[in-house]
Write a protein that binds this ligand. Structure first.
Ligand code: AQP
Length: 342
């Protein structure tokens, strides 16, 4: 049966997303991306990858990339991604990503890439290594998505600019060669779309932040998680109120967002529950809620990560499916641009 059809022959829309194994995944990665992916499996044909090609835009320790690739997979599984329902694979195991990335490089303008916020942020952070891969990262990301003719790409808010450039590249290519690519749409999670740093709540929580107190790693011990939340930067006003866009309230807003994402309650309702109470009580409850959200995932993760053969088998099966699913797009692209087909 065609992979993208349901049993009653209705076409299922296609979802593509992934996370880079560039560090221990954070609560931001979980709430902004993975948690949402689990729900989407019911209604969509989902493809989720471990995006290792992207990690080397920043210098990595090779053994860490290898280990983390399996950790990311185990975390997907522990969070509820079902390998029988969704395609799970390692990006570098499907050469079509790099191949389409190259073709699309030739249809992307320097000026467009120069506007990318992530490039500006990461080149400021890694001034000693502003490589061409860091610059063309969004083109590879466009290839990742367009290869599978994805309709939707669930991402956190920080990646929306990359989805926009992906759409622009796809539209440009289609305008030249006809209907080659599906034009994808970004899909933001209703809550948790942007979880901020616990230490500098104006910046997003990031797994490569040099200050471990700034992020909650999904690998942290439960007492460490609680400690980090209790030590989160807030303000001296002492009022628990959600004031979107107010920089003075960035720390409290972030904790309310986190609480909302893990409990499903609205931010204003949560704030109302704490009227007249202090930050100490509030932080302690946020810590408990986050610990309760992460604990079962961690328990499942600890079980799965030990089973290397199971993880390897998922990667082998997933790579085969990913190559098969993307090969049609690749053949079409090569034909359109004039490469000889043998
Ligand atoms: N703080 C965040 N809040 C909500 N969503 C987030 N995502 C990342 N951080 C947050 C979402 O997680 C998915 C995977 O991201 P990624 O690992 O591919 O790259 P990233 O966005 O660059 O994540 P990091 O943690 O900041 O990694 P490093 O530090 O290596 O650059 C994406 O959907 C992203 O939106």
């Amino acid at each position: 049966m065609d992979e993208n059809k349901t049993s009653n022959n209705e076409e299922k829309k296609i979802i593509f997303s992934g996370v880079q194994p560039s560090g221990n995944l954070t609560l931001g990665n979980y709430l902004g991306a993975i948690k949402n992916w689990v729900e989407l499996q019911k209604d969509y044909s989902c493809i989720y990858a471990m995006m290792d090609l992207h990690t080397i835009t920043v210098r990595q320790t090779p053994a860490d990339v290898r280990r983390r690739t399996f950790e990311v997979l185990a975390l997907y599984l522990a969070s509820g991604i079902d390998p029988k329902e969704s395609v799970l694979f390692i990006q570098s195991q499907n050469p079509n990503h790099a191949e389409l990335g190259w073709v699309l490089d030739c249809y992307t303008y320097m000026g467009e890439l120069q506007r990318m916020t992530q490039f500006k942020d990461k080149s400021a952070k890694h001034a000693e290594n502003i490589n061409a891969g860091l610059f063309t990262y969004p083109v590879l990301m466009a290839a990742d998505i367009l290869l599978y003719q994805a309709d939707y790409v669930p991402v956190g808010k920080d990646q929306m600019q990359h989805i926009e450039i992906c759409r622009d590249i796809a539209q440009r290519f289609n305008a030249l060669y006809g209907d080659v690519f599906t034009i994808p749409e970004g899909l933001l999670s209703k809550t948790g779309a942007k979880i901020m740093s616990l230490q500098e709540p104006q910046s997003k929580m990031s797994k490569s932040d040099p200050n471990p107190k700034a992020y909650i790693s999904m690998m942290d011990d439960m007492n460490v998680i609680a400690k980090k939340i209790k030590g989160a930067v807030t303000d001296s006003e002492g009022v628990i109120e959600y004031r979107e866009g107010d920089p003075a309230k960035a720390g409290v807003n972030n904790l309310l967002n986190i609480m909302s994402a893990v409990t499903g309650k609205n931010v204003n309702d949560i704030a109302a529950d704490y009227s007249g109470k202090g930050y100490g009580d509030f932080k302690s409850d946020v810590a408990d809620a986050v610990v309760e959200c992460i604990r079962p995932i961690r328990e499942e993760y600890d079980r799965i990560i030990k089973d290397k053969e199971y993880l390897m088998q998922i990667c082998r099966d997933g790579a085969e499916k990913a190559r098969y699913l993307s090969s049609r797009t690749m053949r079409k692209v090569y034909k359109k641009v004039g490469f000889v087909q043998l």
